[in-house]
Write a protein that binds this ligand. Sequence first.
Ligand code: ADP
Ligand code: ASP
Ligand code: MG
Length: 410
Amino acid sequence: MALIVQKYGGTSVGNIERIRNVALRVAQTYDAGNEMVVVLSAMSGTTDNLIRLAHEACERPDKRELDVLLATGEQTTVALLAMMLKSMGYKATSLLGHQAEVVTDCACGSARILNIGASRIRRLLADGQIVIVAGFQGADIHGNITTLGRGGSDTSAVALAAALKAAVCEIYTDVDGVYTTDPNICKKAQKLSRISYDEMLEMASLGAKVLQIRSVEFAKKYNVPVHVRSSFKEEEGTMVMQEDADMERLVVSGVTCNKNEARITLKGVPDRPGIAFRILNPIAEAGILVDMIIQNTRTGNITDFTFTVPKTDLREAVEISRRVAEEIGAEEVMSDANIAKVSVIGVGMKNHSGVASRMFAAMCEENINMLMISTSEIRISCIIEEKYTELAVRALHTTFGLDKPEETLP
Ligand code: ADP
Ligand code: ASP
Ligand code: MG
């Protein structure tokens, strides 16, 4: 008997028929003699609709109340699944985040899980129950409902698997595994049978939304084997696991893109010590995450300072930048939301030179201008105009030899 955590994403619980399909899968795994904890997302589109509603109610919804609202999406699906399983004759109980003792920090909208008590889950499991937990939510130490950021149900599931020392955390989604790139963008993407935590961390942080990045951080930290697979098919998906000696070390193993960033440039900034701090500190204090940063020196003691922020924070970041620009005597503030970041990732890059130039050659061949570039030990990213995203992803996928052989294309 093993303890298995299964997480079903929004598409997998998108309507009653699909929830019934989930109930059958859960029942099957339970009947095979396993202990079961099931984590659910809201029905696909629900969280977006709730966010839209909140913005109809007021321009800047209060973050605490927004979390109270967003948490209702997952409350609906866990109740529906639990009542179906009960009507099929199984013992099942649905729990909201706080009932499952998911304790988070107070950062509404992007809270981090601090601890999972799970004593009630253990008691229910000991009673032979199937436990169904609402993903994406927890509560802070004051008892306020919090949510974990978009895609947060993945993190709920892996964190629960870690807390309960589950044998495996199965992530059921609308694709049958982790691919070399988003299979919905590139038909030649190949399914990976295994991927290391480190590569998956990079892929997730650079835009592969198949797993939320924090879920991979948890998986790596607590060594939870994660199996990403389809809720519509039986076949095995992708194991996300510790890197081992047999893992194929391709120079580049994945290509990602992210359209959720925007760029801000302060032009004509005086070039003196402390300026980067003056510009970025108020942005950080507003809780806005800065990703890429570049500074170009012009003639004289003048520079242009450019950085990227999440698109959702662009307005606030521009307001702050305008204020700072005035204080430090910069010429002007420009912003651009029509950008995307494309990246190539691979642990094999550590021991290979020339990866960057191959990437740049591919972009040049497609006549795509790179606006910003950044690198780490196992990835290279560049910012381009958003309209070229798909073209760039496909070109890089081909350049680094990741395309499926022609004869296996559907
Ligand atoms: P869920 O609702 O099940 O959590 P998501 O929409 O969050 O599903 O994540 C699955 C989606 O991730 C896929 O439909 C696919 O478009 C996207 N995706 C992006 N990059 C990849 C990748 N490298 N491999 C697989 N899927 C990817
Ligand atoms: N429902 C949440 C979202 O749409 C969480 C999740 O699906 O993982 O982001
Ligand atoms: Mg998701």
